[in-house]
Design a protein around this ligand. Structure first.
Ligand SMILES: [Zn+2]
Length: 396
């Protein structure tokens, strides 16, 4: 590039940049060019303010005029140092700003990726409000039983939040369903019926949410969603904390019984039916088993009476799930087991995990999604819980 080019371009530059002629502030080459006029030894890039001062000798011309008699050791003019300091200060400020912006961008990205990774339920289902009318028909006809007064049932609508449980896509035989949404709806209706029977009911979650919304380290094992070694590990940490949070709630409410509501799911569309799990090896295992058997019996009888023949896997000991390899139950079992595998405080009352039919099976899903099916299943559950407290044992 010639000097002519420089002279031609110079007028277009306008006034010199103020102290911080960042490269982006001027066309490439125009600001850097005057740097060549600086005394040698000046590090390029860190003295751009001085460079600006040098290249536009209007206001600061006097700063560049060392007297001939001045000894060499004062050759570096003080104002230029001041300029350097100011420039460095602004570079520092810029770096801090850049760091702050980067941190902000990362936080925003994290928040956005969290919300994006939260699958939106494809299933459309309105969760009945407390005391809602959809479950009211059955509940309205129920006469409260004085024997149930003061008995506390802790109802757990399994899954929730980012944990959607088993999901099915809609097809010609049944709608799209997601377990987390359906467990919440069924738990809500069962709560209404049990309350009408005279029970006190507490729900571990009410609505399509979770209990441990802050992802706190509820089981105090030092592991949360934030420090998982992998995504699966982080999910597992969060799940343990969520489970502990729900168990703590049932314990705090001094519940007499814990019912965790699930629906089964399988990759095999032919697998269908219900199964109810109880924890073996606990002091209260016999009570839990009796409840599990009552639930399976009432489900079969109640659905049969309503005109539905469904498969029944019966009451199953939770330890059997491990050998059977029932993956869906694997993490959910914490609700009813003893303290182990990172769970610090087990539930202090008998309890079951009820897999109410199988949503991956078309005919089960159709039944679950229907109002009649829901009422039959919820009524069967309420009947079984009532039977449990009146000391009934399942027949056969
Ligand atoms: Zn489940």
């Amino acid at each position: 590039m010639s000097e002519d080019w420089f002279e031609d371009e110079l007028p277009w530059l306008g006034p010199p940049p103020q102290l911080l002629p960042h490269r982006e502030q001027s066309p490439s080459g125009t600001v850097r060019r005057p740097l060549r006029r600086l005394p040698t030894g000046m590090p390029a890039g860190s003295v751009s303010a001085s460079a600006a001062a040098v290249s536009y000798p209007t206001e600061r011309a006097s700063l560049r005029l060392p007297a001939p008699a001045v000894p060499p050791y004062v050759r570096t003019p003080q104002p230029r140092r001041y300029g350097e300091l100011v420039a460095l200060k602004w570079v520092g400020v810029l770096l801090i700003l850049l760091a702050a912006l980067t941190a902000f961008a990362l936080i925003v990205r994290d928040i956005r990726s969290n919300s994006e990774s939260t699958p939106q339920p494809t299933a459309q289902l309105v969760i009945p409000a407390a005391g809602g009318s959809s479950g009211g028909d059955a509940a309205a006809a129920i006469v409260p039983n004085a024997a149930f007064a003061g008995k506390v049932i802790c109802l757990d609508a399994a899954h929730g939040g980012i944990d959607r449980g088993f999901r099915r896509t809609g097809d010609s035989s049944a709608p799209a369903m997601d377990e987390a949404l359906y467990t919440a709806a069924y738990a809500r209706e069962l709560a209404d019926q049990l309350a009408a029977m005279g029970f006190t009911v507490v729900l571990t979650r009410d609505g399509d949410t979770v209990r441990n919304t802050e992802f706190a380290d509820v089981n105090r094992d030092g592991q949360t969603r934030e420090n998982g070694a992998s995504d699966a590990d982080a999910q597992h940490n969060a799940l343990l904390d969520e489970m502990q949070s729900r168990i703590d709630y049932c314990n705090d409410e001094k519940a007499d019984l814990l019912i965790s509501i699930h629906f089964d799911g399988s990759n095999d569309p032919n697998v269908s039916g219900s199964s109810t799990w109880y924890a073996d090896g606990r002091a209260d295992s016999a009570d839990s088993q009796r409840l599990a058997e009552l639930i399976e019996q009432q489900l079969t009888q109640g659905l049969s009476a309503a005109g539905y023949a469904v498969a029944n896997d019966g009451a199953q000991p939770e330890s059997g799930a491990l050998t059977r390899g029932t993956q869906m139950l694997y993490d959910s079992r914490y609700m009813i087991t003893g303290a182990r595998d990172g769970l610090k405080e087990p539930s202090r009352m008998p309890g079951v995990i009820a897999d109410l039919l199988t949503i991956s099976n078309a005919s089960d899903a159709q039944l679950l999604a229907s109002e009649a099916g829901r009422e039959a299943i919820v009524t069967a559950m309420a009947q079984a819980i009532g039977d449990y407290f009146t000391g009934t044992t399942a027949q056969g």
